[in-house]
Every structure is written in C-alpha cells, then in structure tokens.
Design a protein around this ligand. Sequence first.
Ligand code: ZN
Length: 106
Amino acid sequence: MGIFSDKNIRPKNYMEDIVIRYMDRIMADINCCKCQACLMDIAAYALNRLPSKYIVTREGEVYSRLLELEQQFKTDVIIAIMKAIEVVSKNPRHVKEDKGDSNSDG
Ligand SMILES: [Zn+2]
C-alpha cells in the first residue's frame, strides 16, 4: 500500500546512464581490466564523485534532457572515470584468476 506502488513513476538518476555510456567509449582505448567486478567498481567510484541528476520526465522529454546534462557534465564525467580507472586498476577487488598474464605485482 505504499505511495510508490506504480514502479514506472520513480525519479531516475540519469548520471548513471551518462557515466556508463562514457565508460564504454573511454575504456575501449584503455588497457585495463574489464571484468564485471572492476566495471562496477569504476562506475561506483565515478558516480560517487559526480552529482546525482534525478529527472522525472515524460518519455519524449528524456532524450533532450539527457543531451543537455551530457553537454553540461561531459568534462567532469570523463575526469571522474579516468580517476576511477586509475584507482580501481591499482587496487582491483576482483578474484584473481590463475592466468599467466603479464600482471606485475607490487
Ligand atoms: Zn577486474
């Protein structure tokens, strides 16, 4: 009987969408671990450094609001992601697999 009974009517943090989209582009050019654990850590780290941008809009309006946000925060998002990749790469929390990779320890 909660007031939020309709799951469709909830504010959504569009910064998440923007960060994930930019991670995709940035990480394609960077040689870092792209396992699920590291991706989630990088996304979380970046999002914690960025303002949350909750938007409640009708369907047609979302896209233009998203573009607006993206333009406004593009530089901040890229910087936050780069920093997140650096931090997570230094201290990855993923379970080490027994691969003969060129991973230097230290
Ligand atoms: Zn990893």
